[in-house]
Design a binder for this molecule. Structure first.
Ligand code: FAD
Ligand code: FO1
Length: 491
């Protein structure tokens, strides 16, 4: 008799180039997909409704994709430690397969699910690193340690041979009516709406969700002369659509990372100039940042709850709640910061240059704990990803694995350099449309104009805050150095 294998989707919401799914289909033609709506994730304090909206749209497409190849996607609600083994037992499944993840929650959940399945005599296969080109541990220093600095990681990572995309399952066998009834009996349901999950997302998409849209976007990005080949020059300008916007697709696995990598190799073969080749490599480096941060979270799970550098433990943050609120709502009086926060609040996405600007502003100008910002980003980003977000925040706060100890962005200099014509600022702060570019980029808006437009005065003075911040930082370092025995002092 043909064995039934269940494939548990979590952040790999696609059929194409899915390692664990391909392995399940290699073993049996009778593979059914499962997704479990997990209350622990869906009621998390850092949940963003836009991310769940993206997830639901991916699931709808995934259900249709299963239908097209003859298979089924079963949807469950509940703690996967209970509902997944119950389903597997009710259907008489021989095994449950899934792809591994680096997040601390997954690393507790997954062995518990495997344990519960084992108790029922059901096998689990969960050793597949689908979401990465290289599994944690595959790229290590000469001493065999995980990297803590990006550049040597990249040099080693890029040299390693990478797998090709995995084939898409074809001709899956359908569950019988009795199996479908058994699934319903243990709680399988139809696809809920966002409202069914108690969430609302009235905003616009920064990028249409799902597997088809992600593939289309990758193709357009890699083939257009204004996409990948121009990335090196365009990626820092937030008024341009100069980046791929594939981050949510990569977070949820609406596209496979091997597929993305293969596109970069193909583009490199046809590169029209040395600048184009350089641009392709720059984009590959971003994909490597994604992997670097996932490896970091895997090897240093404590990153999820605190700073990597010890001098940031107990840092005397100011943590002014009203100033935090002003930052969140885009009312700091610094136009580039406010424009970026409005982009985030309205679309669930923010340009990378602006993520760095607002993160530096929160931590170094408002002197607010980076973890407040990290959480706010997770509550609003469509691509909110624990490893990348934590990495980005710790980089910006100087508390992480960045050899440069102190990084402070001047918002006016950043705006002058990357939004020189204030197009981005005007797009997201339409009330300031008519003001002079010079005022917008420097943030020096004459008070009568500011007042007329009900735009706030700058919340703080950048130079003054920089001095206060540096003073606190030095005092903290000295206190730490005194507390540590010789030989244990950090640079
Ligand atoms: P592209 O420039 O086209 O890059 C391609 C892909 O590479 C991205 O889709 C992403 O998967 C990856 N990538 C690019 N830059 C980085 C980076 N610095 N770190 C890790 N991966 C990267 N990225 C997220 O995916 N989720 C987050 O929650 C997140 N939070 C961030 C928070 C802060 C404070 C900062 C500074 C950066 C954060 N990033 C995060 C990284 C980066 O801003 C986004 O990945 C990028 O803006 C997404 O746009 P894109 O898809 O057009 O990127
Ligand atoms: N994965 C699930 O298996 N079930 C969920 O209900 C679920 C919700 C969810 C919401 C937001 C988000 O960013 C991710 C979500 N995921 C969900 C994916 C999640 O990232 C993975 O399950 C991780 O492995 C958890 O550590």
């Amino acid at each position: 008799m043909t064995e039934l294998i269940l494939f548990w989707h979590r952040r790999d919401l696609r059929l194409r180039d899915n390692l664990g799914l391909a392995m399940a289909c290699d073993r049996s033609p009778l593979v059914a997909g499962v997704f479990c709506f997990d209350p622990a994730l869906l009621t998390a304090a850092d949940l963003a409704p836009v991310r769940v909206a993206y997830l639901l749209a991916c699931l709808q497409e995934l259900q249709e994709s299963y239908g097209r190849v003859g298979g089924d996607l079963i949807l469950l609600h509940g703690d996967p430690r209970q509902c997944l083994p119950a389903l597997a037992q009710a259907l008489g499944a021989a095994a449950v397969y899934w792809n591994q993840d680096v997040e601390p929650y997954a690393r507790q959940r997954d062995p518990a699910v495997a344990g519960a399945l084992k108790t029922l005599g059901i096998e689990s296969q969960a050793s597949f690193w689908d979401q990465l080109l290289h599994a944690p541990g595959e790229v290590k220093t000469a001493a065999g340690d995980p990297y803590t600095v990006y550049t040597p990681f990249w040099r080693n990572w890029v040299k390693q041979p990478k797998a090709n995309p995995w084939p898409c399952p074809q001709g899956l066998a359908q569950l019988t009516a009795a199996q479908l009834a058994a699934a319903t009996a243990v709680g399988a349901t139809g696809l809920p709406t966002l409202e069914d999950l108690g969430l609302v997302w009235p905003g616009e998409w920064s990028m249409p969700p799902g597997e088809l849209a992600a593939h289309q976007r990758l193709e357009d990005f890699c083939q257009s002369s204004q996409g990948l080949e121009a990335y090196h020059h365009q990626r820092n300008f937030p008024w341009l659509e100069g980046t791929s916007r594939l981050s949510a697709a990569l977070k949820f696995g609406a596209i496979g990372i091997r597929t993305v990598w293969a596109s970069t190799l193909e583009a490199a073969q046809h590169a029209r100039s040395s600048e184009a080749a350089e641009a392709i490599q720059t984009w590959q480096q971003e994909l490597a940042w994604r992997e670097f941060y996932q490896h970091c979270l895997y090897f240093f799970p404590a990153l999820a709850t605190g700073p990597y550098r010890s001098q940031w433990q107990d840092f005397p943050w100011v943590n002014h709640p009203d100033q935090f609120q002003a930052w969140c709502t885009g009312r700091t009086g610094y136009p580039i910061v406010d424009a970026a926060m409005r982009q985030l609040n309205q679309t669930g996405w923010m340009h990378n240059r602006c993520r760095m600007i607002v993160a530096s502003f929160l931590t170094k100008d408002l002197i607010i704990n980076w973890q407040w910002g990290e959480r706010y980003f997770m509550q609003h980003l469509v691509d909110g990803d624990q490893a990348a977000n934590n990495g980005g925040w710790q980089w910006s706060a100087s508390s992480g694995m960045d050899p440069k100890p102190l990084r402070i962005f001047n918002p006016a200099t950043q705006a002058q350099k990357f939004d020189a014509t204030a197009d981005y600022i005007r797009q997201w702060l339409p009330e300031l449309q008519s003001l002079e570019t010079e005022w917008l980029v420097t943030g020096k808006i004459p008070p009568p104009h500011r007042e007329r437009l009900a735009y706030p005065a700058p919340l703080v003075d950048h130079r003054r805050q920089q001095a206060i911040f540096k003073q606190k930082y030095q005092a903290q370092r000295q206190a730490q150095a005194r507390a540590l025995p010789p030989g244990h002092r950090e640079s």
